[in-house]
Design a protein around this ligand. Structure first.
Ligand code: CP
Length: 308
């Protein structure tokens, strides 16, 4: 298995063997991610961070991962303060930044932007979200969370919310299909999972159930993965207001669920999970956000050739 110098663009490019290898490497990284052990594994290496859309978790956990491993971070910062505001293309920006860094993390509003960047870059591109497309490093941390908090074998999982525009659920479906998961898709009909993704994942071995009711679907699952309605991706704000607040989890919704049910969310949440749920044993979304650090440490170590 060769990870060194590879681009990370889509979960479609991963085999189960590759995913399991990354999850095992992340386990080794976890004490370093928690600050319990020190490491200079990436000393002398530089990670460039280019975010054309807002982020808290993805950007900061990549930066933490790099610092925890003794490396450095070069952050483009605000797009408005860079030469992109003068009209520089993404291709040219990448051709410049790849001379300054050993890998580039890119978040961009256009689907396909990370693939395009990879065609111009001499160093690995890590797709940190391309429009409604993919978010593969989020999926790896989601799988790590499921492995740590529940189980990946014989998994019954419900994905709820904006399945049309939510890139985290698109990527996660592809990965879960490799584990033969039973996946229940819960969304208003206006926001259902694109048909081509459903067809692809059924072909890859997943069992799919589709519904628009959270209450009907969550009592039999091991994991409930909630998502935010992606307001910023709606061409018409009126369409957003029709579906906003349609799906919401409260402590009342959880009265008949399995005792071991884990609730995940890539965050940020808006109001799809009532804050009272945070105090239940089901909530694991804040730990999920932390798991982004060991996963991204493992990925950076593998891509930069510091571990195998
Ligand atoms: N989960 C996630 O991608 O969060 P951010 O948008 O804060 O990076």
């Amino acid at each position: 298995m060769k990870f060194k110098d590879q681009h990370i663009i889509s979960m479609r490019d991963f085999s189960r063997e590759m995913i399991d290898h990354i999850l095992s490497a992340a386990e080794v990284m976890e004490p370093i991610a928690r600050g319990e052990q020190r490491s200079d594994l990436l000393a002398g290496k530089i990670l460039a961070v280019l975010f054309f859309e807002p982020s808290t978790r993805t950007r900061m956990s990549f930066e933490t991962a790099m610092y925890r491993l003794g490396g450095d971070v070069l952050n483009l910062g605000s797009v408005d303060a860079s030469s992109i505001s003068k009209g520089e293309t993404l291709a040219d920006t990448i051709r410049i930044v790849d001379g300054y860094a050993d890998a580039i993390v890119l978040r961009h509003p256009k689907e396909g932007a990370a693939q395009l960047a990879s065609e111009f870059s001499r160093v690995p591109i890590l797709n940190a979200g391309d429009g409604a497309g993919h978010h593969p490093t989020q999926t790896l941390l989601d799988l790590y969370t499921i492995k740590r908090e529940s189980h990946l074998e014989d998994l019954k999982i419900a994905l709820a919310g904006d399945l049309k525009y939510g890139r985290t659920v698109h990527s996660l479906c592809y990965a879960l299909s490799l584990y033969g998961a039973q996946i229940t898709l819960i969304s208003p009909k206006e926001l259902c999972m694109p048909e081509e993704i459903v067809n692809d994942i059924v072909e890859r071995g997943a069992e799919i159930i589709e519904t628009d009711s959270v209450e009907d679907a969550i009592n039999d699952v091991d994991v409930l993965y909630m998502t935010r309605i992606q307001k910023e991706r709606f061409p018409d704000p009126a369409e957003y207001h029709k579906v906003a607040n349609r799906l919401k989890i409260t402590t009342e919704s959880l009265k008949d669920v399995k005792p071991g049910l884990k609730i995940m969310h890539p965050l940020p949440r808006v109001n799809e999970i009532d804050p009272k749920v945070d105090a239940t044993l089901h909530a694991c979304y804040f730990r999920q956000a932390f798991y982004g650090v060991p996963i991204r440490m493992a990925l950076l170590g593998l891509l930069m050739g510091a571990i195998q």
